[in-house]
Design a protein around this ligand. Structure first.
Ligand code: IMP
Length: 427
């Protein structure tokens, strides 16, 4: 079969599925890697040539020479975070020159956005969303209110001045009057952000045109998702979601690429489930089994360091993700974390007050009342760390993969057995 041109790689759970490693692994075969939503709420470390690289805004393609990396219009960008990331990557040996371009219509995160994010979460107490505190939600709010600052406007002093002054007037009154927090000085923000504009001038461009030109020239594009399907603002576990469209449709709006240019979709699935922040989590393990998985899997947030919540694999979540994204194949990550268990339960459906659900119920009202029904599979009780061929996986591990494939009617094409690129089974 002919190789398909463009591929979307996105998370099928609540984020942290290990997309970074999969994108990095598949990168060789692509010319362009593009982000289309989110901001520096995302984060992962990639091991490359025995070095660790922390990526938040920039696609993993940046570590591979000759790959063009795009930050799409659907993103929200904190320019200081971007600058820090570029400097850290360069200090670690990455080459960042003409290979990184930023959409002129991506939205800018201002310090007042971060302050409101934090103040709102603090004021919400137990009802907090558990955001990453990076200002993501307030920046997207300003985008939708049509007062947002665009990356391209960092290059236009008069426009930037007018918009940042207006934003600060409004946000400062909320910060001081409603939340009792200090105000931010618009003048200082404008000076700082004009400097970022100068630094990024040569990178800020029409990324949509650039992406289309690349596609037309026959170059292969990988669309790199951030967060996960169940954190999508429309289709996730609202209100415990992020503020962008993490599903495949986000590529169309967040890059200006039509659906027919998305030729294949790979869903990244962790062999168990995790989430950070608040919100429903039907298969959550609140006991020492959860602690064991957390420790073995090193499940602590890359952005905030928070311990991740842990649960068994949830096929209800995955069926929903496959439906919403049209997932063609699955990359199953962190299988080795389950090496040590006698039995491994997998949730096949939820019991509801009035029946059962095989797809995630849409109503926020009943969130948290779903009771998972489990099928318990036998553990393999032997190390799969670093295994590279499917036949070498223990029979019980292959049975686990097979069960997932049969239940989801979706092929598992990659199994990851460790953080390194070579610790992977490609089928
Ligand atoms: P925000 O995106 O910072 O507004 O956070 C909203 C929700 O999304 C919170 O539950 C966060 O923990 C979660 N979230 C945001 N980014 C990530 C991510 O990259 N991985 C996992 N969870 C995330």
């Amino acid at each position: 079969m002919a190789q398909k041109q463009n591929l979307a790689v996105l998370g099928a759970q609540w984020g942290d599925e290990g997309k970074g490693k999969i994108v990095d692994l598949l990168c060789e075969d692509f010319d362009v890697v593009a982000r289309y939503q989110g901001g520096h709420n995302a984060g992962h470390t990639v091991k490359f040539a025995d070095r660790h690289f922390a990526l938040r805004l920039i696609p993993s393609g940046i570590l591979h020479p000759g790959k063009l990396c795009l930050l799409g219009n659907g993103m929200v960008i904190d320019p200081k975070a971007l600058l820090d990331e570029i400097e850290q990557l360069r200090a670690a040996g990455a080459v960042i020159d003409e290979n990184l371009k930023i959409s002129e219509t991506a939205h800018v995160i201002l310090p007042v956005h971060k302050a409101i994010d934090l103040a709102r979460e603090e004021a919400a107490g137990d009802a907090k969303i558990g955001t990453t505190g990076r200002g993501i939600g307030p920046a997207y709010e300003m985008k939708v209110s049509r007062h947002g600052v665009l990356m391209g406007e960092l290059l236009d002093e008069a426009v930037l001045r007018r918009k940042v002054e207006a934003a600060c007037r409004e946000k400062n009154s909320i910060l001081t009057g409603f939340y009792g927090k200090p105000a931010h000085d618009a003048g200082a923000i404008i000076d700082e952000y004009l400097r970022y504009g100068e630094i990024f001038r040569s990178r800020i461009t029409d990324v949509t045109l650039l992406a289309h030109a690349q596609i037309k020239a026959g170059k292969r594009v990988m669309f790199e998702g951030a967060q996960g399907t169940l954190l999508d603002v429309d289709h996730g576990t609202y209100p415990f979601v992020t503020s962008s469209n993490t599903v495949v449709g986000g590529i169309c709006t967040g890059l200006g690429v039509p659906p027919k240019q998305i030729h294949e979709v790979m869903g990244v699935v962790k062999a168990y489930t995790t989430r950070v922040g608040s919100g429903p989590f039907p298969t959550e393990l609140l006991d020492d089994v959860g602690d064991r998985v957390r420790t073995r899997g090193n499940e602590f947030g890359t952005v905030t360091g928070r311990p991740r919540r842990i649960g068994w694999l949830d096929l209800v979540v995955l069926r929903t993700a496959i439906m919403l994204n049209g997932i063609d194949s699955i990359a199953l990550t962190k299988l080795d974390v389950l090496d040590d268990f006698d039995e491994i339960p997998v949730c096949t459906e939820y019991a509801l007050a009035d029946g059962t659900a095989r797809h995630y119920p849409r109503s926020a009202v009943a969130h948290g009342t779903y009771k998972p029904t489990y099928k318990t599979l036998k553990g393999w009780k032997s190390s799969t760390i670093g295994i590279r061929s499917y036949e070498e996986l223990p029979q019980a591990a292959r049975d686990y993969v097979r069960f997932v494939e049969d239940e989801l009617e979706c092929r598992v094409s990659i199994v990851s057995t460790g953080p390194r690129r070579e610790e992977t089974v490609v089928r």
